[in-house]
Design a protein around this ligand. Sequence first.
Ligand code: ADP
Ligand code: TRP
Length: 321
Amino acid sequence: MRILSGIQPSGQLHIGNYFGMMQTMIAQMESSELYVFLVDLHALTSVRERDRLARGTLEAAADFLALGLDPDKCIFWVQSDVPEVCELTWVLSTIAPMGLIERCHSYKDKIAKGLSASHGLFSYPVLMAADILLYQAERVPVGKDQKQHLEVARDLAIKFNNEYGETFTVPEPAIDENTAIVPGIDGQKMSKSYGNTIPIFLEGKELKKRVMAIETDATPVEAPKDPERCNLYKILKLFASAERMAEIHRLYVEGGAAYGYLKLELLDLLNDKFGEARRRKSELLADPASLRAILGRGRDKARAKATVTLDLVRDRVGLKY
Ligand code: ADP
Ligand code: TRP
């Protein structure tokens, strides 16, 4: 199975990214042909500071490796290092119906959040389709928020295949319903752009501050509470064992759940889960030349695949004369 997914290096990666995508990808390293990449061209639609984007890309690379991604067991690269994706984006954009792209809600959501309305932001789903189709991906693990973009990629693959002959694999989304949307500390979807995240690599006081800031209601400790309506409960569920969650569930339903204590418990669980990865990340960042070399090897492997597809596409549409 050929599995592919990308992540924007546009800010600190958080536990929503981890459970929505990174963990799933890392777990499939042994059993699949795995493609993992950092979508810096997509990040350019929201990050206009040179250093933030460049540093963010190296940091995100370190994040993946620190969390256990083995670059020898997958293809791991930076999107812009394979320029073929831009040419495929153009070809796809010539068959992409305006209505299909206009219906994508993430554009409207991002404008509503204050991002500037650029053509790049609007055509974001076409670049994402090119990412997926260029490597003939079969499955794409993403969070629920990306489902519509996956549908665009499928529609464009089908349309191209119908018009020009069988060329692209039609990709399937892989969405884990249990962790489909990790809530942020304010209860909205956790997202880099909403300032409501728990970053994977945050430590010490900063992390504690973030955890203590998880919004909860004002119900007294002894009062029964509805666990399914509580952010803290939903986040704890990602980290605590099934046995402990059964106890916590009882405390919510019968009364006795003290938010302050549960937050400290979550803090310990976060430190246990990510402590080792944090140490590895510092080591990786201390040697940027080696990080770049890893990404360079990934680029070569990715490019070798990309050129095969693009060559076929050029031939199919008449760009080979
Ligand atoms: P962000 O919204 O923080 O900018 P991205 O859009 O870069 O995150 O998403 C990267 C990956 O992480 C995607 O597969 C996305 O679906 C997943 N993801 C992001 N936020 C969440 C979340 N809160 N819950 C589950 N998955 C998420
Ligand atoms: N749009 C995705 C996100 O914000 C990132 C992304 C870009 C992606 N290209 C991709 C994800 C290709 C999967 C496959 O999360």
